[in-house]
Ligand binder design. Structure first.
Ligand code: AMP
Length: 296
């Protein structure tokens, strides 16, 4: 397993792999790898000759310094996990070559900046797009792999790739969960046992919202259901930031009884100072949802 620590190293590697006509799958991460990340790497490994996983806690996508400072970093353990995948290498960017000066370029993703993650984390998607645009230029992958868990991020990345003609295929992989339903997240490492028990309310109440939706008729008051969920969470020590019912293809809020056949419930909540997100996607028809057709 190679570890690239400079622009020159990754560029030379990609140059050579192109000459050898080797396809390359790219998995960008912020490290503290868990089974969710490993599922993306496994898929990349299966579909490409070579895989590159980047590990970089990107400062420009954090809108709170404290969140950035407390983000877990476990490089040695990450390398150990990655060693199990043949032909898989690590890109380890450093701040001084990623951001040698304060970037002037700003991305604006229109309405995506005003809803859910865009609304509650101002500047977040600008930072995500900035770092990914740089990494895509350096790595020049054929395919890149993202998790459904960050659904809105998937849409931002799809638009970044399309709008800037990167010519990279984006693959969205399903959310990997603990057996009890909690979505895996590097941030879960910051939870003690008692906090983790509270965090479990996030998938539980998302499921509850889903049940309400499935049973819904004209009498169903979604605003009331949402207020009830917020209250239930609050009483049990979880601060809801949002829970939205959206069209899974546009992420715009919808009236579930009237529009759309593919819906998503998206949720963000705090367990003390740890912010967690999750989502459920489902079709109102019997057809299975193809994650990779969502934003096409
Ligand atoms: P992060 O390190 O949090 O930036 O995540 C890197 C990639 O892993 C992103 O595409 C995430 O959506 C994906 N990811 C994170 N958690 C999960 C999970 N539980 N299941 C599937 N993918 C995930």
């Amino acid at each position: 397993m190679k570890i690239f620590r400079s622009i020159q190293e990754i560029k030379a590697f990609r140059h050579e792999s192109r000459l050898a006509e080797q396809s390359l799958g790219f998995v960008p991460t912020m490290g503290s790898l868990h089974e969710g990340h490993l599922a993306l790497i496994q898929r990349a490994h299966e579909e490409n000759d070579l895989t590159v996983c980047s590990i970089y806690v990107n400062p420009t996508q954090f809108n709170k310094k404290d969140d950035f400072d407390k983000y877990p970093r476990n490089y040695e353990a990450d390398f150990e996990l990655l060693r199990q995948f043949p032909n898989t290498h690590v890109l380890l960017p450093a701040d001084d070559w990623m951001y040698p000066q304060e970037p002037l370029l700003k991305f604006d993703f229109g309405y995506l900046e005003t809803i859910m993650e865009g609304k509650f984390r101002p500047g977040h998607f600008n930072g995500v797009a900035l770092v990914l645009a740089k990494l895509f230029h350096l790595v020049q992958p054929d395919k890149t792999y993202f998790g459904q868990k960050d659904l809105q991020q998937c849409m931002v990345v799809k638009r970044l790739i399309d709008d800037l003609s990167f010519g990279i295929q984006m693959v969205i992989c399903p959310t990997v969960r603990e057996p009890d339903g909690l979505a895996l997240s590097s941030r879960n490492r910051r939870l003690n046992e008692e906090q983790r028990a509270r965090a479990l309310l996030i998938p539980k109440l998302s499921q509850e919202m889903l049940a309400i939706l499935v049973m819904a008729d004209e009498e169903t008051d979604f605003a009331e259901a949402r207020a009830q969920i917020a209250q239930d969470l609050k009483l049990q020590g979880v601060d809801l930031e949002y829970i939205e019912l959206v069209d899974a293809r546009t992420l715009k809020a919808i009236d579930p009884l009237e529009d759309s056949s593919i819906l998503a419930i998206c949720i963000a909540a705090y367990v003390d100072d740890v912010r967690l997100i999750d989502n459920l996607i489902f079709a109102t028809t019997l057809e299975a949802v193809d994650l990779n057709q969502l934003f096409s």
